[in-house]
Design a protein around this ligand. Sequence first.
Ligand code: PLP
Length: 391
Amino acid sequence: MKDQHIGLNTICTHVGEVKDEQFQGAVSPMYLSSSYAFMDVDIKRYPRYFNTPNQEALCKKIAALEGTEAAMIFGSGMAAVSTTLLAFLQKGDHIVLQQSLYGGTYNLVVEEFKKYGISYTFTDGLSKDAFAKAITPQTKILYIETPSNPLMSITDMQMVADLAREHNIITIIDNTFASPINQNPLKFGIDIMIHSATKYMGGHSDICAGAVAASQEHIERIWNLGKNLGGSLSDMTVWMLERSMKTMVIRVKAQNKNAKKLAKWLHKNSAIHKVYYPGLKSHPDHLLAKAQMSGYGGMLSFELAEGLNAELFQKSLQLIKPSMSLAGVESTVLSPAQTSHFLLGEEARAAQGITDGLIRFSVGIEDTKDIIADIEQALVMVRSQVELAEI
Ligand SMILES: *Cc1c(COP(=O)(O)O)cnc(C)c1O
């Protein structure tokens, strides 16, 4: 069976598994050796060379999901991002990044790139014009993230890939929010897909890992730097990640379904001022999302109606927990202004539409009615505070 022709669920369950030749066990044996014989073998195996049996197995699964020739896994999403970017950039080069990126990626660029002599431009918006204007003769990479955090803005992948090709520039996408289940950027001509596997690939809030999927040629280039930077993932975690990924399609589809129901419910609720979910017709990028995504994902954001205290709302939730991370099977909330986008400063946040009352919601796999009931009771608390103040 060719990997390209089998379904996502089958890829998640089977592709890449390490055969247990000795006992015919059902799952991949875990190889924890950090030392492998070097005589009479073709490949020198070593964890930091990204080529232990379990690492190689998991990379096959991730490459099959993204439809690429090869993949690599890292100790964190940021190890994947930093190694990939630095593999293609050197002194004198320029990179164009879309406005509104994951905070860690933004920090990497603004805090570190200057000392390597790498210049950068963040686009002013997500239009073709915004990207085209930012390109210089030194530009080597167009870097995008869609849906983006926290307003779920959608970037046109085909437009970006076409524009980059005209200028002979590599395109990289952070595909974490969509996951390979909801979006296949390679289909639109994007070159390199990056994931924080801490999120949907791991899915249970107990793994920190990263992944990159691309052509063999690009992966070799990333590998050459990766073995020197040393951001490999421990085989124990690799094994856990393989196990987690077996249920990724089922989890993500359940999260898609819950998020859509919840977004519709929030949209109709008078206590909610605004809902940002690409699956809602009211979302400004809905048609683009519909054209390039196969599911709208489990992430959404919303603002409470004026006068309702967002902090009290979050504190009043009982089932849904505040969390810095996202994409677990449990529903979590976060205030971008206080956490992920705090360092950006008030002015830059306002320019991007990130208000103090904005709440980002990572929808889990609980029963929708229970998620809604929890939000409903928290809204009652917040409203009663307003009524008290009015007395
Ligand atoms: C979490 C995240 C990252 C960084 O991943 P880590 O595993 O925390 O290093 C990068 N991009 C996006 C979109 C993320 O959500």
